[in-house]
Design a protein around this ligand. Structure first.
Ligand code: ATP
Ligand code: MG
Length: 571
């Protein structure tokens, strides 16, 4: 697959013409046919700045921006910042960073729901004047009790029939800081026996004497999500307001507010949120993982956050391809995480330079190779990409191989190194293990080998050497730290737990293995954070930002093959 193919997300020219329309595109086509919004398509991505974005948000981002692009429309970025105590500036920055990194651009259309507070306030007054809203003094507990149950209708609040004048006066005084938190709310006057709970006089405004990251202490009343979201969409002249399924039964209220206010009325469309196997997908749970030290921050490479995936070494192209591949649906389901892993594997197979790195070094002395000689062997940079060329790797009398590539007592069909056996060094010679040097405790210190100078790039006819192993020169290798990441959870559905437990019960205790004494080939001496490589025979790795001039740090992005599938098949 080519790079251009990967970056042409959402371009209708490059889209597969045979790909059937998804249900959202069908709705948009309908709108274009009937001219409901003229010929305009204007979407938005509306994050609440109360955490870092995750791969589920990437699906929503890709969907909204790609639809806009496909139809020649626009997509806004809008921070849904109505909840003063939870929102932080740090999150706003990270969200913008992540969207940009994914490759999407909101240009100058960066909006904040909090910028609409004044407009929302006057719309609330408008509803009061029209008899569609009232100030209610029921306590939160009573409000709950009055709401009724699934089988029983609610009861009208005793404050429901306040006069318009009294409501306007009380609402103004709520704003003027006259009342403490929780003493009064503004409610929409709809129908306390409506089958949909959201229509049983929902709260529009609550009193919260709290500092807001943008409006400071200007406000002590804050609008609820339902009285903010649709109106913000309306102000921005959004056409299709795409959200996840849990908002389906908020749609009647979305429509009710737009109708009663007689304002531009976008179409809310719900789709299934992304869930992944072996993954939790909620900011609240991420916060637990971060705060309780299960991971090292929001951008820990094990986190399904965008910043975590980025630090891990995922490419934005692979994430966009993943989002395109899984598509959109109307029913909730769980996507197999291997689909995501296969996307990055496929992309890196095409673009990642191959290098040699020994994670658990075992020293090998090649006794018949001269001590001061350095031979430059040619190694191919990427067999998938002819233009990538080759590079020299120094071969010397002492090399490191991986401990896993030697067995003192080999099992059947072991084709790597063993006493008296031969193996080929990648891009180099065939060597033979002559003896094993151990310490007093019986631990293997080094191997003594011989090499056959006639075997460079040649297979002698009389010998069958099946194994090929990677290696680095002892003198010329660079010290490195390698971090082997595995899935953060041991079970497919981490939220499925026994009674009294929560998702933490399924955390994988071995999700990070530190290999502090790895040796990598000298070409990796000056690597920069974010560079990606295939360590031959080992996996794909990226350079972590922790990298210092003296010691590179590599994160394992993904193994070369899906090793979990094998485990699942065995068990
Ligand atoms: P979480 O439940 O993880 O805390 P959220 O829904 O509260 O997330 P928001 O910031 O409100 O997060 O979401 C911004 C947008 O991203 C919303 O339109 C929301 O529907 C969408 N979104 C959130 N999670 C997912 C998901 N898993 N899959 C697809 N879209 C999602
Ligand atoms: Mg939310």
């Amino acid at each position: 697959m080519s790079d251009t193919e990967l970056t042409n997300h959402g371009d209708p020219e490059s889209a597969n013409p045979e790909k059937p329309l998804n249900f959202i595109e069908e709705i948009i086509n309908d709108h274009l046919r009937t001219g409901r919004f003229g010929q305009t398509v204007h979407t938005r991505f509306p994050p609440e700045p109360n955490g870092y974005l995750h791969i589920g948000h990437a699906k929503s981002i890709a969907l909204n921006f790609s639809l806009a692009e496909k139809y020649g429309g626009l997509c806004n970025l809008r921070f849904d910042d109505t909840n003063p105590s939870k929102e932080e500036e740090e999150y706003v920055h990270s969200i913008k960073d992540d969207i940009r990194w994914l490759g999407f651009d909101w240009e100058d259309r960066e909006y904040y729901a909090s910028d609409y507070f004044e407009q929302l306030y006057s719309w609330a007054e408008k509803l009061i004047k029209a008899g569609h809203a009232y100030v209610c003094d029921l306590s939160p507990e009573d409000t709950r009790a009055y709401r009724g149950t699934l089988s029983e209708p609610g009861r009208n609040s005793p404050f429901r029939n306040r006069s318009v004048a009294e409501n306007l006066d009380l609402f103004a005084r709520m704003r003027q800081r006259e009342f403490p938190d929780g003493t009064r709310v503004l409610k929409a006057k709809i129908d306390m026996s409506h089958p949909n709970f959201n229509m049983r006089d929902p709260v529009m405004y609550r009193i919260l004497h709290a500092h807001h990251h943008r409006t400071g202490n200007d406000w002590c009343i804050y609008p609820m999500y339902d009285f903010t979201h649709g109106q913000s969409d309306s102000i921005e002249k959004i056409t299709q307001s795409i959200c996840t399924l849990e908002f389906e039964n908020h749609r009647p209220l979305y429509d009710w507010f737009c109708e009663k206010l007689a304002i531009h009325h976008p179409q809310q469309i719900e789709f299934a949120r992304l869930n992944l196997t072996y993954t939790v997908m909620s900011k609240r749970k991420f916060l637990t993982l971060v705060n309780e030290g299960y991971v090292n921050g929001w951008d820990d490479p094990r986190m399904p956050t965008i910043s975590g995936l980025r630090r891990r070494g995922y490419t934005p192209e692979s994430i966009r391809k993943f989002c395109e591949y899984i598509g959109v649906a109307k029913n909730n389901s769980v996507v197999d995480v291997t689909i995501l892993e296969n996307q990055i594997r496929e992309h890196l197979n095409a673009i990642a330079p191959r290098v040699m790195a020994v994670l658990r070094p075992l020293k090998v002395v090649i006794e018949n190779f001269p001590e001061d000689r350095v031979e430059e062997l040619q190694a191919i940079n990427n067999p998938e990409d002819e233009r990538a060329g080759s590079r020299p790797v120094p071969f010397t009398r002492e090399i490191y191989i991986d401990q896993n590539d030697f067995m003192e007592v080999p099992v059947r069909r072991y084709f790597r190194l063993a006493p008296g056996k031969e193996v080929r060094l990648r891009y180099g010679y065939i060597i033979k293990c002559e003896s094993v040097i151990k310490n007093d405790a019986g631990e293997i210190l080094e191997l003594r080998c011989s090499y056959d100078p006639d075997t460079l790039g040649k297979q002698p006819e009389d010998r069958k050497v099946k194994g090929v192993i990677h290696w680095v020169s002892v003198d010329q290798a660079v010290d490195a730290e390698v971090r082997i990441y595995d899935r953060l959870f041991t079970t497919e559905h981490p939220n499925k737990v026994e009674e009294g437990q929560d998702f933490r019960a399924n955390i994988n205790p071995d999700s990070l293995k530190l290999l502090a004494h790895a040796k990598v080939e000298p070409s990796l001496g000056g690597v920069k954070a974010g560079e990606r490589f295939q360590f031959e025979r080992v996996g794909y790795f990226s350079v972590d930002p922790d990298t210092s001039d003296s010691k590179p740090v590599f994160n394992r992005i993904v193994s070369l093959r899906d090793t979990w599938a094998k485990i699942a098949r065995k068990s």
